[in-house]
Design a protein around this ligand. Structure first.
Ligand code: FMN
Length: 183
């Protein structure tokens, strides 16, 4: 028998915090933003630099990317949390979400979707592979090459945001260094 959603939630509690990223797309003139947790980035040593994201099959973001093959992936900063979570509650298919936020954007150099101003980091990405999963899969995995890395110029605003489990979201304010070196 398969686990219920509640059982899955309880068993996976220990994986939090999970970083929150923002997928920014552009279709025609319309810019849209979708927060996600489902992401992995290649290490800095693997070339080309690659990102993997998982998007719901019902979302406007997936529909747009399958058409345009491009997106910007941003790590929003701490002070953007409210607007970012808001964008996860509505679909760009029937909503101009961004007009309800104070988020600002600037043109990218390698792709049409713009950067998120004030984000900790933006990656300009071009899709190279999509994996739709099995017949009953509810999501699609996209693999994209990172064309440009755009760091935040404001080095005092580098706190990223995280899902903490349930509907709690926050920042991580400290780390324990447990080992220095690999021996
Ligand atoms: C913190 C957070 C994490 C989320 N993670 C994902 C994710 O990994 N993949 C996904 O498809 N949707 C995820 N969502 C849900 C989408 O953001 C949400 O369905 C959004 O409204 C889709 O917008 P769109 O239709 O404009 O693409 C997440 C939402 C939040 C708030």
């Amino acid at each position: 028998m398969q686990d219920s959603d509640q059982q899955i939630r309880e068993k996976m509690e220990s994986v939090f915090p999970q970083i929150i990223g923002a997928v920014i797309t552009k279709r025609g003139d319309k810019v849209n933003l979708c927060p996600i947790n489902y992401q992995a980035i290649s290490t800095i040593y693997e070339k080309p630099l690659t990102i993997c994201i998982g998007l719901s099959n019902t979302g406007y973001t997936l529909e747009t990317i399958l058409e345009t093959k491009e997106f910007v992936y941003a790590y929003p900063a701490k002070d953007q949390i409210h607007d970012i979570i808001h964008c996860g509650t509505l679909s760009g298919r029937n909503h101009d979400k961004l007009s309800e936020t104070s988020l600002k954007f600037s043109p990218s150099s390698a792709v049409a979707p713009p950067h998120l101003d004030g984000a900790v980091l933006n990656y300009e990405c071009r899709v190279v592979h999509t994996y739709a999963g099995h017949d009953d899969a509810s999501f699609t995995i996209l693999i994209a090459e990172i064309q440009q890395i755009v760091p935040n110029v404001d080095k005092t605003n580098l706190d990223k945001i995280y899902s903490l489990g349930g509907h709690d979201y926050g920042a991580i304010t400290g780390v324990d260094v447990l080992q220095t070196g690999r021996e």
